[in-house]
Ligand binder design. Structure first.
Ligand code: FPP
Length: 262
């Protein structure tokens, strides 16, 4: 593991290494989902344009992907652009739409090498062709990888996802593909964009906002939440370790009782 850390060239300290080792002695969340918030405020604090915050945020995606992969996280879902983000100024939207190209342009070889599989959930129709090209290329080049799934939520909105799932269920019932008596939580989940993924075990949101902002509303039903005041561009490996430590200290009952209570 230590060799691997060196390979990823992450800055490390003895305190961090100790916490890292301790962390790996306990269950690591299979699926971590992150609402990466605070890029604009990070830039504003430095009198920089908002897009500078997004660029810095992109660099953090790289660091956190590396660490999550090292730790054995199975799926990392990142909220990169919501269906509501189109309301932002055009210059900012255009910039955000260029980030997947920049990110994958430099990072894809490393993702391939590290056996990471790139996936995307969201509405493809309204994404610009250059954004889609970059994402599709990464999906195609990593489709046979069976390591961590790096899942980008891009033009994603949970309410629209649920409404579309309901429409498709109705269509399948009408066409005799689905018997309505067989509709349950599990079959319904298969109509969501996450049908191939497990539900997130841990949700992280940065920048002090305590809300879900239309993110994975169905899938987060039993997820542990961890919020931090840290702005996304300032988020680093220590914060991820802290979030996972907090997760490891929680008792997950999924609506039941703890074993000693039963
Ligand atoms: C929210 O911060 C952040 C976003 C809308 C975009 C998040 C995107 C990235 C971190 C980069 C994505 C990278 C890749 C590889 C696609 P905000 O702008 O709402 O911050 P504010 O609340 O401080 O204004």
């Amino acid at each position: 593991m230590i060799n691997k850390l060196k390979q990823w060239k992450r800055k490390s300290s003895s305190e961090f290494d100790e916490r890292y080792q301790e962390l790996t002695n306990h269950p690591i969340p299979n699926h971590i989902a992150i609402i990466m918030d605070g890029n604009g405020r990070w830039a504003k604090k430095r009198a920089l344009p908002r897009v500078a915050g997004h660029h810095e945020g992109m660099k953090v995606v790289r660091k956190i992907t590396r660490l999550a992969n090292e730790l054995g996280v199975k799926t990392l879902t990142l909220y990169a652009f919501s269906t509501e983000n189109w309301k932002r100024p055009k210059i900012e939207v255009d910039y955000l739409m260029k980030l997947p190209e920049e990110f994958l342009g430099t990072f894809l070889p490393e993702l391939i090498e590290e056996n990471v599989r790139v996936t995307m959930m969201g509405y493809e129709d309204s994404l610009p062709p250059h954004t889609l090209r970059a994402v599709h290329n990464a999906i195609e080049k990593t489709k046979d990888n069976d390591g961590m799934i790096l899942n980008f939520a891009l033009n994603y909105g949970a309410r629209a996802e649920i409404v579309d799932a309901v429409k498709n269920v109705l269509k399948d019932v009408e066409n005799g593909i689905l018997d309505k008596n067989n509709l349950n939580e599990e079959t319904f989940s298969n109509y969501l964009m996450t049908k191939e993924l497990s539900d997130p075990d841990l949700l992280i949101r940065t920048s002090g906002e305590i809300r879900l902002s239309n993110f994975m509303l169905w899938q987060l039903a039993y997820t542990e939440f961890w919020f931090t005041e840290t702005l996304w561009p300032d988020f680093d490996e220590q914060h991820l370790v802290e979030a996972i430590e907090a997760f490891q200290g929680r008792s997950r009952r999924f609506g039941g009782l703890q074993s000693e209570e039963s």
